[in-house]
Design a protein around this ligand. Sequence first.
Ligand code: HT7
Ligand code: ZN
Length: 883
Amino acid sequence: PREIFLKDYKMPDYYFDSVDLSFLLGEEKTIVSSKIIVSPRIEGNSHPLVLDGRDVKLLSVKVDDKDLKEEDFHLDSHHLTLTRPPSGTFTLEIVTEICPQNNTSLEGLYKSSGNFCTQCEAEGFRKITFFQDRPDVMAIYTCRIEADKTLYPVLLSNGNLIEQGDLEGGKHYALWKDPFKKPSYLFALVAGQLESRDDTFITSSGREVSLRIWTPAQDLPKTAHAMYSLKAAMKWDEEVFGLEYDLDLFNIVAVPDFNMGAMENKSLNIFNSKLVLASPETATDGDYAAILGVIGHEYFHNWTGNRVTCRDWFQLSLKEGLTVFRDQEFSSDMGSRTVKRIADVSRLRNFQFPQDAGPMAHPIRPHSYIKMDNFYTVTVYEKGAEVVRMYKTLLESSGFRKGMDLYFKRHDGQAVTCEDFFAAMRDANDADLSNFLLWYSQAGTPNVKVVSSYNSEAMTFSLKFSQGVPATPGQHVKEPMFIPVAVGLLTSSGEDIPITSVYHDGTLETVMENGQPVFTTILKVNKKEDEFVFANIAERPIPSLLRGFSAPIRLDSDLTDEDLFSLLAHDSDGFNRWEAGQILSRKLMLSLVADFQQSNPLVLNPKFVEGLRTIIRDPSLDKEFIAKAVTLPGEGEIMDLMEVADPDAVHAVRSFIRKELALQLKEEFLSTVINNRSSEPYTFDHENLARRALKNVALAYLASLGDEELTNLALDEYKSATNMTDQVAALAAIAQNPGLAREEVLLDFYQKWSDDFLVVNKWLSLQAMSDIPGNVANVQNLLKHPSFDLRNPNKVYALVGGFCASPVNFHAKDGSGYKFLGDIVLQLDKLNPQVASRMVSAFSRWRRFDDYRQALAKEQLEKILAANGLSENVYEIASKSLA
Ligand code: HT7
Ligand code: ZN
């Protein structure tokens, strides 16, 4: 397989001014005709025109109305090359045949539940027709769709509907025109039996936009929350960024077979059904929140991605990091900012930090790839969003907005790079962002150490930072990064200390705002060793470091346990209050893991229990915050901090602490469950979702004890639940412990919901993720269950992905978990390489484990690599994991 490098980027030799597409959708095959107006980038150039194509059969090719002679083109399995194109602007007409019915890869044009739909990002358009399938080739598109009217009554594409009508033989057609230039990856087509929920949105300048959400008729009642989310997102983008929608129509289509979450095709977003359909009975609060965030995300791409797009795929974070940042901010404004930040940072720590420390580590702008699909990663998305957040931290909200405005002013309608975004932020603010661009090119999570000291005579408090970025594949030597560290100082009784001035590099800098002292200041750490000294500090303070997680780093400080308990009780920065508890939990878990490994008895620190008791009992705290604060760090997060990851020890310790907390805080947890029930109808608002979150965390703790009384309590909650959030939480609480109650309630749940594929996926994933011993056999059986289908990505993510998320079972010492995954990856690869390569990634941290496990995992990776006809997708991940 060929590796593609950022440094080799070349502008296209030809531009496409317009593209007229025509689809004849048939039951066996589909005929695609394209008519393209081609212009050379440099007048008179004589370069060949190379078009990408995969699995498409060429029927004809014409230039300026004449069939191309055989000696004037060349065809291979990946390209159609016009060897001697005309020297000026010309018309190129190509007719191809494709077979969407047999397309299980779910990229290009394929069928999902009998309907046609497309997925073109990143390089799927080349599976539809021969094309310069790259984002810097932008054109105006029209799309004519012709199909049987009974089978496919709805025909959709991008832009505005220009014309439609009936044809002979029971057929009909629709003609769409998109007035905005776009790259091929934003093209979309949908044809099928769908109905729509319709609404309107009046933009800030008074234009009326028709909004339509399309699903099979029976699912329409479940689209109310998606419509609410869309309208909220449209309003938010106007209010926060001054960005208005630019067409008269916005369509969303929900499809059950989709490789990722959703796709931002211009005015025709296509969504995984999971992220559109919700009713209180079938969707959890988590599902409602995900729908809000992802509907927002795809809508926000209309400006950050579509109006301004990427020059090449290396720049993916330009649109994805920025749009994730925008959706995070949107969700924060719609709910609790602190809790959203906690959730986002947990995700970063649990998934991105491990990636950045493993064989697949890459900068948010990778230097090379074999298969672009493999770089839709937590690094490009979530770390990319953290990088955008740092601009906002450094430039403040108003400066960030100025930078965004300049970015759109300069680049609307263009395909640009991450430097263009950086330059807009810098120029709009006349800011010194010195070595900030390193965040785009250096992989690895920076390690930052802070040492503090107080000088009572000088009344100064010093913070000495030292930083280093670990070596990552292909990058052994690293430069120091520009790290914004938000800091506050607390008195011993927990009040914020006013900050007036800070010495840095020999100069005293005043940090007041409007003549007033501040309570949080941003230290710009950008040297290997950097010291900041706070002036006028009357007592030894407790520093609250990296408030709001102001940079994606690992911070190691000299805070004592006493300091941390004080921050947990008092910090005015909600995020850091949670963080103090997490640091204490991590320390505690690591020391108990050491005890477990040395066969010492496990004893829980009473101060830790009391700290949590105070939090649970504090009526002034947000309930969702309490739920987060009493949740221990995940097993993966702890394994990540160990020299050699020991899944059995970590699992034993986490289970021990959970049970011990359940025993010692039983009264508090019981009253939490009782006091947070509600007989009101379900509403998705902060107060109610926070109440449910807290009740269900308490229930899970109690049920972990597995005694009859508490199992019955969970059974009662299960039976009396009036919404899916409470029902599935009670089910999960009971299912923690093997036994009859577990079996009965799982069966009952399946029987209730066997007709609803999205709910059945919850049932699959709950069983797959279970840490009950020897779960691999259960999961093997579930592969044969009638509700499972290897061709549906959601089911694979639920069952196979769910299984790999349970460290004790996936990393079982007998190798059964590894063998299960190795076998399944090979089967999947033949159907859907994108999904197979997502699954094989579970192996990538194999070197973190003991020698015995390493040998077992390596064996599976070698088996995969030795397979015939392996996809480039799986090859790239498996070979890089072994390298
Ligand atoms: N921009 C979208 C990316 C996407 C995608 C990429 C590769 C293969 C399948 C895909 N489906 C959607 C999603 C987003 O980030 O908005
Ligand atoms: Zn996106």
